[in-house]
Design a binder for this molecule. Structure first.
Ligand SMILES: [Zn+2]
Length: 327
C-alpha cells in the first residue's frame, strides 16, 4: 500500500492487523487462539494491513527459517508503553505513539481503537512504534486508547487534552507603542483577549480602553494602582476596585493573584461592586522575562486561561506564534 492509500483511516476501521514482515522469516508469535479485540463490536473484516517499512531482525533476534524441527521458544514477553503523549495534558494534534519491547520478530496488532472516535492516520513510526496521527482531537476531553496484539494482552491508556486557550493580558506598558504592538499582533492573528489594564494605565493612555473595546476585546477590572489587596483595609480595597476600569465586563482580577479565596474579603468587596474574581490556569512568567518558547511551552502544557502582560519582554513574540487551535 502506498502512503496515500493508507492515510486517514476512519476510526471505525481502526481494527487493524499490522504485520511486521520479516521477509520470509515470519513465525507465529504467541500460542493458542488469538484473542478477540476486547471492545464490543470490534470487527476485523475491514482490517487494514500495515506493512512496516525497513524492518530488520534486531541484533540478537533469531532467524526462524531453518528452525522448523527445533522446539519453538516460549513467547517472548511483549511490553507496550505509551510513548506519546508524555504529559497529562495533550495538545490537539498530539501524535499517539505506542512503543513495543520484546517479541519483535513478529508483531500482529489485532486492534487499535481510540474513544471517543477520531479520524486519523495509523502507521508504524519505526518497527517498534505504532503511531496514530489524529486529524484533530477535541479540547478538554479524556481519550482512551486500546491496543491488542495477537497472543498478548490488551493494553489501554488514557490521556486528557488541554482546555480551550483563553488569552488574558494584564497591567500596562511603559509606552503607548508597546501597548499598540500588543493590540496590533492580536488584530493580525484575529485573537480576542480578556484585558486587565489598571486604572492608572487607563488614565495615562486615554485611547487604550476604547481601542481595546473597538477591537472586540473584553476589558475588565484590575484595580486602580495594582496593590496587594490582602494588606489593605476593606475601604481601601473598595476604593481600588472603584478606581479600576469599568468597561462593561464583570470580571475582576486581584493584582499579584493576591486574594483570600472564595467568600473572603476581596471576593465579597468585589461582589458588592458587581464583580466576579477571575484568576488564571497558566502563569506564563512573561512578566519575569520568560523566553518565547518557555511561554509557548507553558501555554501548551495545559491550556485554559493564560496569564500574559503588556510589559512582558517576549509577550508580543509569543502572541505572534501561539497556535490557539492545536499547540
Ligand atoms: Zn497585574
Amino acid at each position: 500500500m502506498s502512503d496515500r492509500q493508507r492515510s486517514l483511516l476512519p476510526a471505525t476501521a481502526l481494527a487493524v492487523a499490522a504485520l511486521l514482515m520479516l521477509g520470509s522469516c515470519a513465525e507465529e508469535a504467541g500460542t493458542g487462539v488469538p484473542r478477540q479485540g476486547s471492545s464490543a463490536g470490534v470487527t476485523t473484516t475491514s482490517a487494514h494491513l500495515l506493512k512496516t517499512p525497513n524492518t530488520r531482525l534486531q541484533p540478537g533476534t533469531r532467524s526462524t527459517s531453518d528452525e522448523a524441527d527445533l522446539p519453538q521458544p516460549p513467547p517472548v514477553p511483549l511490553t507496550a508503553a505509551l510513548q506519546s503523549p508524555r504529559t497529562p495534558y495533550a495538545t490537539l494534534r498530539t501524535e499517539i505513539r505506542i512503543h513495543f519491547e520484546g517479541a519483535l520478530n513478529l508483531l500482529t496488532v489485532r486492534h487499535f481503537g481510540i474513544e471517543p472516535e477520531v479520524n486519523g492516520r495509523l502507521d508504524w513510526a519505526d518497527p517498534q512504534t505504532l503511531r496514530f496521527q489524529p486529524e484533530r482531537l477535541a479540547f478538554d476531553t479524556t481519550y482512551t486508547v486500546n491496543v491488542s496484539v495477537v497472543g498478548h494482552s490488551v493494553w489501554s491508556w488514557q490521556f486528557t487534552t488541554i482546555k480551550p486557550i483563553t488569552i488574558t493580558i494584564d497591567d500596562c506598558a511603559s509606552t503607548g507603542g508597546e501597548l499598540q504592538n500588543v493590540l496590533q499582533v492580536l488584530a493580525q492573528r484575529h485573537i480576542t483577549a480578556i484585558m486587565f489594564p489598571t486604572g492608572i494605565c487607563q488614565r495615562k493612555f486615554a485611547w487604550l480602553v476604547p481601542a481595546m473595546l473597538a477591537a472586540g476585546h473584553r476589558v475588565c477590572n484590575h484595580t486602580y494602582s495594582h496593590p496587594r489587596l490582602t494588606q489593605l483595609s476593606d475601604l481601601q480595597i473598595a476604593n481600588e476596585i472603584r478606581g479600576g476600569v469599568h468597561a462593561g465586563c464583570d470580571l475582576f482580577r486581584p493584582p499579584w493573584g493576591d486574594w483570600d479565596g472564595p467568600g473572603g474579603r476581596v471576593d465579597r468587596i468585589a461582589a458588592s461592586q458587581g464583580y466576579h474574581v477571575f484568576m488564571w490556569d497558566v502563569d506564563t512568567f512573561d512578566w519575569a522575562g520568560a523566553s518565547t518558547q518557555e511561554i509557548l511551552d507553558r501555554i501548551y502544557g495545559r491550556g485554559g486561561v493564560i496569564l500574559l502582560h503588556f510589559h512582558g519582554r517576549n509577550t508580543v513574540d509569543a502572541l505572534r506564534r501561539v497556535d490557539l487551535q492545536t499547540g
